[in-house]
Design a protein around this ligand. Structure first.
Ligand SMILES: Cc1cc2nc3c(=O)[nH]c(=O)nc-3n(C[C@H](O)[C@H](O)[C@H](O)COP(=O)(O)O)c2cc1C
Length: 170
């Protein structure tokens, strides 16, 4: 079958982009090629049958660019196989399924339900203090968020592996 696949990410400081790149390389190893792009560069999705969308979380929400994209393309996404992932929490004391519910972008819950994704994941993120603006540093300080790289590559690769299995059996 002539199938095209896309992975698009919304990342401010690069750590979500790196997660997207890791997912893409794992899928490539498994023989599934995904085009990859930053979300603002995705102009058209009609050619794609499988789409992975990943966004960083900022102040309880997905990156605005991802919210805009998902709102604008919801009808088309509804007809495709879609996977979502968020990356953000650095306070890791929750079960993955609780993290998913708690950190799902509240602004577009209904749209996500309408799109009916195959799966949604929420991965721990990374806060690199050197990259933050003064305002971001102030917020991180105010909420006492743990600084550091909490990304769990095994967990990310397991998730990507499940996608490859899903793609190979259909
Ligand atoms: C100002 C600020 C606010 C944040 N707010 C949240 C949040 O509400 N929920 C969350 O899980 N993570 C939050 N984070 C953590 C980021 O989501 C995390 O650093 C993520 O890995 C950043 O991705 P990026 O490097 O792709 O931009 C916040 C980080 C900063 C700097």
């Amino acid at each position: 079958m002539d199938r095209k696949a896309l992975i698009a990410y919304a990342s401010k400081h690069g750590s979500t982009r790196e997660i997207a790149e890791r997912i893409r390389s794992l899928l490539k190893e498994k023989g599934v090629i995904f085009n990859i792009a930053s979300i603002e560069n995705v102009k058209k999705i009609s050619d794609y049958s499988d789409v992975i969308l990943g966004s960083a979380l900022y102040i309880g929400r997905w990156d605005k660019r991802m919210v805009k994209f998902v709102k604008k393309n919801q009808e088309q996404l509804h007809g495709k196989r879609v996977w979502f992932f968020s990356s953000g929490p650095t306070e890791i004391n929750e079960l993955p399924e609780d993290m998913n519910a708690k950190h799902m972008s509240s602004s577009i819950k209904e749209i996500i339900n309408f799109i009916s994704p195959v799966d949604m994941a929420c991965f721990p993120g990374c806060i690199d203090i050197e990259k933050l603006s003064i305002f971001e540093k102030w917020i991180v300080n105010k909420v006492d968020a743990p600084i550091g790289d909490y990304r769990d590559w095994t967990c990310i690769e397991t998730w990507a592996d499940n996608i490859s299995k899903e793609l190979n059996i259909k």
